[in-house]
Design a protein around this ligand. Structure first.
Ligand SMILES: [Zn+2]
Length: 384
């Protein structure tokens, strides 16, 4: 059933951005065989931008099909750049955590990489909840893991709730936040999401996935928080503007000037350019052109342009837990970097050129001399 009103502000006035009939429901699910990967469950995308608040949502999303207890892998702690970013946001959040007997809950903590970055910055007890905490993740002094969903009935109310890269998976933010926030003891919220501003401006179409049913702009995030009685104390674009980070406390929202003209213009231009962008990108792939990055964006990209394993057989990824698994629905085998030389690539295509320096060093160590092309730079600037 299609959603006809914006989940943030209820407006029906929306711009159609993009449609696709069959994307994998889980783009980070690990598949141990090509046969299983090719049969991964499909979901439909009908992406719409709300002209009233600047929120982008998948009107065809069905929350009932999602279950994050699948074999799911989202750790990125193998990247030095990402680890440095985690340290940066931990030090941004720490001053807002109350002193004393405070506790912090991270909802959807994965392997706990953010809690480990936060621990040196705070005396608070840290709790990570996630039904998909990887096997072998162990409690440390002051860091506790619970392999389950978190709700306000899970234990004593924490002083702070961390929601990093969670809200983009949630169709109805009000229903979800109501399930987390006790009525009489409202915690501080730290929310981090992909920024729609960055996606639209950078023409980053491979952000589209079935899982990410909700994309916030700064305006829509502020609108949503104001509606639940939260005051924004910190709001910034981070990770080279790709992410939107926000600390909010219970209280009356401060005046914020809403101006969606530029974002609407960028979004309309993005929507219009999508067919030709996808065609160009499709033509960039051949067996000699190998994609680096099997996590979310890589899986999205291959599926969005219908690039099957018969056209481009492998994808490189430095996460050892992904090695020799298969991309859902397009079937590429994921190979670790030290196997690159077996495939004699002429070009290596990166979904995010921010990792270029790391990749360049790695392929040089493997004795490979292929060009490294940032697909995001190509989309943004039209240059390779
Ligand atoms: Zn809206």
């Amino acid at each position: 059933m299609s959603l006809n009103n914006c989940p943030v502000c209820s407006s029906p006035d929306a711009l159609s951005v993009f449609k696709k009939s069959a994307m994998p429901c889980y783009n980070l699910e690990r598949h141990e065989s090509r046969e299983v990967a090719l049969a991964a469950r499909p979901g439909e995308i009908d992406s719409r931008f709300c002209r009233s608040c600047g929120f982008t949502y998948n009107a065809a999303f069905d929350p009932k099909v999602m279950d994050y207890q699948v074999d799911y892998e989202n750790a990125r702690s193998h990247s030095p750049r990402y680890l440095s970013y985690l340290g940066h946001i931990a030090s941004t959040l720490a001053p807002y955590i109350p002193k004393g007997a405070a506790s912090v809950v991270e909802v959807g903590c994965g392997s706990g990489e953010f809690l480990h970055a936060l621990k040196p910055q705070t005396g608070a007890e840290l709790w990570g909840f996630d039904p998909a905490i990887p096997e072998g993740t162990e409690n440390k002094p002051g860091i506790h893991f619970v392999r389950d969903y978190y709700t306000k009935d899970s234990g004593p109310a924490p002083s702070t709730i961390v929601l990093r890269h969670i809200m983009e998976h949630i169709q109805d933010p009000y229903f979800f936040l109501d399930s987390l926030l006790p009525k009489n003891s409202r915690p501080i919220l730290y929310i981090e999401v992909p920024a729609w501003e960055w996606i639209a401006k950078r023409l980053s179409f491979y952000a589209f996935s079935y899982e990410h049913c909700s994309y916030y702009s700064e305006n829509s995030l502020r609108r949503m928080l104001a509606k639940i009685g939260y005051e924004v104390r910190y709001c910034a674009f981070d990770f080279d503007n790709e992410y939107l980070s926000c600390v909010a406390m219970p209280g009356k929202s401060r005046p914020y000037r809403e101006d969606l003209d530029e974002l609407l213009k960028d979004t309309a231009a993005f929507a219009e350019s999508l067919p030709s962008l996808m065609k160009t990108m499709r033509e960039s792939f051949s067996p000699e052109h190998i994609l680096w990055g099997a996590a979310g964006k890589g899986t999205n990209l291959l599926n969005l342009i219908d690039c099957m394993y018969t056209d481009s057989p492998v994808v490189i990824d430095s996460n050892p837990r992904r090695a020799h698994t298969f991309i859902p629905r397009t079937g590429q085998e994921v190979i670790p970097p030290h196997e690159i030389s077996n495939w004699h690539p002429r070009k290596i295509l990166l979904t995010n050129s921010a990792y270029r320096a790391e990749m360049k060093k790695t392929i040089a160590e493997c004795g490979v001399t292929a060009d490294i092309v940032g697909l995001d730079e190509y989309l943004y600037r039209g240059v390779v």
